[in-house]
Write a protein that binds this ligand. Structure first.
Ligand SMILES: [Zn+2]
Length: 462
């Protein structure tokens, strides 16, 4: 990608001044008018009243008048299969991403992005998926018993991954051996709640994050024994009955107890409403008529056909109807979790059908607002909350002195309407300036290009 490297060369880090801008204070959920932000290399070095700003000579000035500055956004649940497509995150103001099915190439990309030899976000990289003996995705680490659970974690130590990713088919003894070993060796474990475990157990065991609300609605069901009985039939009809009953038997008292457990243990929830919605509405042509598919490799696009996806191809109209009801229940659950003080992270599961690298983080923010979060609270799930989750609030997540120079300049006020996060004028990433022209060049360069190698890694199962 010669052109992407030219864009990069034009964007070497330099001293920047975003002059007379409206700064969004994500912590307070407030706008601070007429501010100036100074950055030097990759840090914010001054923020304050525009009239009092002393802008050093040689600083590049960016006109902030009438515009709104927010911290760079994070997509906390992402999959990525080729390095150049990660420039789409930058082009969408997404300056950080948590990779949920890591492999050694992601570790190499992280280095390339950090050193500035390629365009892409800051990465937190998870291990390859750790699943049961018959894993859902090829490339997973398989665990069938306690011994293999211990070995899985020991084998990851020192490899460069930031956390171990646990998955749906882990047996109980394997899961608890992972828990014990991970704690002993100081490795966080994050991911799905396995089918053999209740979300409250995962929370008490110290799982850092729960993705896609896995098994949350099950535990909130007032008729769980019946749900289990239907599911154990292991037939399409039984599964459908189980799913429908999960929606119909939601018990607010059980839910309250579970959310209190999440809050007490600071178990981060990454609901990924984007992929939950896609998995419920893929049968609709109107939903699939999304112009952003032009940024998706044709090889992938073919796999996005619901009549070919192994998770979806056997679905009947009744299955799709229940999926839509389950999705609406997920919105309700997210709203209630937020009310209950459960910590939330914005994530998309991009890579899955109609979940787009970079673009879909903005969809997720909109869906979180639909679920009942204020625009400020939704913004926090992609800025301050990721910083809290990473234990890095003194260096990221807000626009204050000492934080990284990751800034997105918007044409409109996102606290008035969350859609404004899509009206991007400028992205500053690690102190590098990407103006609208540079962002458009990245988009043009990333549009439909052939993959040189078949995709590796995998997605999530729903
Ligand atoms: Zn995923």
């Amino acid at each position: 990608m010669v052109a992407l490297s030219l864009i990069l060369a034009a964007a070497a880090p330099r001293n920047l001044a975003i002059v007379d801008v409206n700064v969004i204070d994500v912590r307070a959920g407030a706008v601070r008018n007429h501010q100036t932000i100074l950055t030097s290399l990759d840090r914010i070095v001054w923020v304050g009243d525009a009239k009092k700003a002393r802008i050093p000579r040689g600083t590049t000035r960016i006109d902030g008048r009438g515009r709104y500055a927010i911290p760079g956004l994070w997509d906390m649940h992402a999959h990525a299969f080729d390095r150049d497509s990660m420039a789409l995150f930058t082009a969408n103001g997404v300056t950080g991403a948590r990779i949920m099915f890591g492999n050694p190439s992601h570790l190499a990309w992280r280095k390339a992005f950090d050193t500035g030899s390629a365009i892409g976000p800051r990465l937190r990289v998870g291990s390859p998926i750790i699943d049961g003996p018959q894993p859902i995705w090829p490339g997973s680490i398989t665990v069938g018993n306690a011994e293999q659970g211990r070995a899985a974690i020991e084998g990851l130590v020192g490899k460069g991954y930031d956390f171990a990713k646990v998955y749906s088919l882990l047996p109980r003894e394997g899961y608890f051996a992972i828990v014990e070993t991970a704690k002993k060796l100081g490795m966080p474990f994050e991911g799905h709640v396995p089918n053999s475990i209740d979300p409250s157990e995962a929370s008490e065991a110290g799982q850092r994050t729960i993705e896609h609300l896995t098994r949350v609605a099950w535990e909130c069901s007032g008729r769980e024994p019946e749900v289990r009985r239907f599911a154990a039939e292991n037939t399409p009809a039984g599964t459908l009955k189980a799913r429908a009953l999960v929606v119909d038997s939601y018990d607010p008292r059980r839910a309250e107890g579970l959310y209190a457990t999440f809050k007490k243990n600071e178990t981060w929830q990454c609901p990924t409403l984007t992929v939950l919605r896609a998995m419920a509405f893929l049968d609709q042509e109107a939903f699939r008529a999304d112009p952003r598919v032009k940024y998706v490799n044709p090889l992938f696009r073919a796999s996005w056909d619901p009549t070919k996806d192994f998770r979806l191809k056997a679905r009947t109209p009744e299955d799709w109807a229940v999926a839509k009801r389950a999705y609406r229940q997920s919105l309700r659950i997210v709203g209630e979790m937020h009310q209950a003080g459960v910590p939330l992270l914005a994530g998309t599961d991009c890579g899955n059908p109609f979940c787009f690298a970079g673009f879909s983080l903005h969809d997720e923010l909109g869906l979180l607002v639909q679920a009942g979060l204020s625009p400020a609270a939704a913004l926090r799930t992609a800025t301050l909350n990721p910083a809290q989750y990473l234990g890095q609030t003194s260096t990221m997540g807000t626009l204050e002195v000492g934080r990284v120079a990751d800034v997105v300049l918007l044409d409109r006020n996102p606290l008035a309407n969350i859609d404004a996060t899509q009206k991007i004028r400028v992205v500053v990433q690690r102190g590098r300036l990407f103006d609208r022209k540079a962002l458009d060049r990245i988009l043009a360069q990333t549009e439909v290009k052939p993959l040189t190698a078949p995709p590796s890694g995998g997605f999530c199962d729903h």
